[in-house]
Ligand binder design. Sequence first.
Ligand code: DQA
Length: 148
Amino acid sequence: MKPVYVINGPNLNMLGLREPDVYGKETLAGLEERCRRKAQALGLDISFRQSNIEGELVSWIQEARNAASGIILNAAAYTHTSIAIHDALKVAQIPIIEVHLSNIYKREPFRHHSYVSPVADGVLCGFGGQGYELAIDAIHEILTKKKG
Ligand code: DQA
């Protein structure tokens, strides 16, 4: 089966150093390792990526249409600003799960709007790194239903 793309947006490469009271102490490498273990247990392959560049995220989403079986996306700050990411997700035609480490609805009002949510199959936020594992479970469930 094609891999699930786990796509991370800007500043998530700074996890561990960045506002640990909000995002926790786990690094991006730690999060990747956790995702790999979870995916492996479910028999899924993942391609884990991070970019600070909006256009690169758009290109990965476009690529995913043919190369991936699903997308788990933490678009970070671009969640709240990017019509380009919204438009790219619209043509992906594979399951899309939106994740955020923090509960964006408990935070500043500018984080309450997401351009990703209207084009996602599901949204997880506020569970820290565990949210990524829950997203992998969700994608697995959706893909299993699709097959069967
Ligand atoms: C985030 C929430 C966003 O509002 C923020 O800009 C991020 C991280 C999260 O994972 O909680 O960079 O997506």
